[in-house]
Design a protein around this ligand. Structure first.
Ligand code: SF4
Length: 433
């Protein structure tokens, strides 16, 4: 770690290879069926369900901080909630200390041992309840293992006071309501509540993203101290790679419900493999002044709908390194143009009528002229002569209104392995396989 980077003091193991597996997630899926009609389900098995999490597998090792990162909507928070059974999984399994959590007995013990800290400290506490009661609530619900000495109510009260002080607040504030605290203080109260049952594992779901920058650092430092003091294991969910870099031992990168890369934190930042990881890292603001002046190449395009994810590699509609067919000698920008034309033909999203009218107004009407106009509008980059001719032929079919033939013509020559084959592996990209 360089001298100009923050050190929050997280102490988990950093080798990324060894260590006892505390929690294991295997082929976990969470689909949401909202909006799927009964008829859809009968006819198509609910094929338009939102595939928020679509077959993710990873291990969390005891004592480490595992980062789960990706753009908003990639499914990372749903992973955390499904692990903790705040959402029922659609398929797959979660094991904790070797026990499969589909066993209900194991689930009761797990709920004591695993907690979550949410992003929004304002809405994660009951506004009508004094904060002391909120911290004590898990002790009442879960039969806190009181050692039998003294009065149970008093012992719980002592525990609540200790927790409040351990997170940097005063026991005198226990009777106050959430509205009387700042965002940072509320997050400390949320941490005290999460610690009440002495858990081994905590899901930290964007725990600092709703806070001011100065308060963020304080909360991260507190979480680091608590990790070393209580031997905690964290799953740290965040879209903020700048934060995740300095607190995580290993990082799992998600895109559109799937994991695309898993690596030790330092390796991921110094030698990212997946094109999506590289693009994400490019968008992180740099501390170094010289690096701040570099050209940032932000991730282009929108994330596709998780109701209907792209075939093959889900990142292919935005990937700057899509693999052209082997016999095609073409640069990436030109191939992307062709792919876009092909997708628009497949979706019949070309305003051919408008172009035809313009050509007619100019005194012509033949298909080659319409196709030339379409070509000029749709293709920005210089294509090799042979490809230019081939794409024009496809656009002539469009000008003739034969969308199916146009689509077939373009697909025949330009289909990429990225759209036909789903990549697998530690880095799920055909370039890395
Ligand atoms: S498989 Fe293809 S589209 Fe997907 S990340 Fe790799 S190069 Fe890009």
């Amino acid at each position: 770690m360089s001298s100009d980077t923050p050190d929050y003091g997280f102490t988990g193991s950093t080798d990324g290879e060894d260590g006892e597996v505390l929690l294991s997630v295997q082929a976990l899926k969470k689909y949401f069926d909202e909006g799927v009609s009964l008829l859809d389900r009968i006819l198509g098995g609910g094929t338009n369900a939102v595939r928020a999490v679509d077959g993710v597998s990873f291990d969390v090792r005891r004592g480490e901080t595992l980062g789960l990162v990706g753009e908003s909507g990639c499914g990372k928070s749903t992973v955390g909630e499904t692990i903790l059974r705040l959402q029922e999984p659609t398929a797959g399994s979660v094991s904790f200390e070797g026990e499969n959590l589909s066993n209900r007995d194991g689930l009761t013990e797990f709920r004591r041992n695993a907690q979550i800290l949410f992003q929004d400290p304002f809405s994660s506490l009951d506004p009508r309840m004094p904060v002391g009661d909120s911290i004590r609530q898990p002790l009442d619900i879960h039969d806190w293992p009181w050692d039998g000495e003294g009065d149970e109510t008093e012992r719980k009260q002592q525990r609540v006071e200790q927790l409040m002080e351990r997170v940097g607040l005063s026991a005198d504030q226990l009777d106050r309501y959430p509205s009387e605290f700042s965002g940072g203080q509320l997050q400390r109260i949320g941490i005290a509540r999460a610690l009440a049952l002495d858990p081994d594992f905590i899901v930290l779901d964007e725990p600092t993203s709703a806070l001011d920058v100065s308060v963020q650092a304080q909360i991260l430092n507190l979480l680091a101290d608590l990790q070393s003091e209580f031997g905690l294991t964290y799953l740290f969910i965040s879209h903020d790679l700048g934060v995740i870099r300095y607190i995580c031992d290993r990082i799992v990168v998600m895109y559109l419900g799937e994991i695309v890369e898993t690596a030790p934190a330092e390796q991921l930042f110094t030698d990212p493999q997946h094109p999506y990881t590289k693009a994400l890292l490019e968008s992180v603001p740099r501390v170094d002044l010289k690096e701040r002046e570099r050209d940032i190449d932000p991730l282009a395009g929108d994330v596709p709908s998780p109701r209907n994810p792209p075939s093959g590699c889900r990142f292919r509609t935005r990937c700057p390194e899509v693999i052209p067919p082997a016999d095609l000698d073409i640069d990436q920008a030109a191939f992307r143009d062709i792919m876009d034309v092909r997708d628009r033909v497949a979706d019949r999203e070309i305003a051919v009528e408008k172009v035809r009218n313009t050509v007619t107004e100019e005194g012509g009407q033949d298909r080659p002229r319409v196709a030339d106009r379409l070509y000029d509008r749709l293709v920005d980059n210089e294509l090799p002569p042979e490809e230019r001719e081939y794409v024009r032929e496809g656009l002539q079919a469009v000008a003739a209104g034969d969308w199916d033939r146009a689509g077939e013509h373009l697909r025949e020559r330009y289909e990429s392995v990225c759209e036909t084959d789903h990549p697998t592996g530690q880095v799920s990209c055909h370039l890395v396989e």
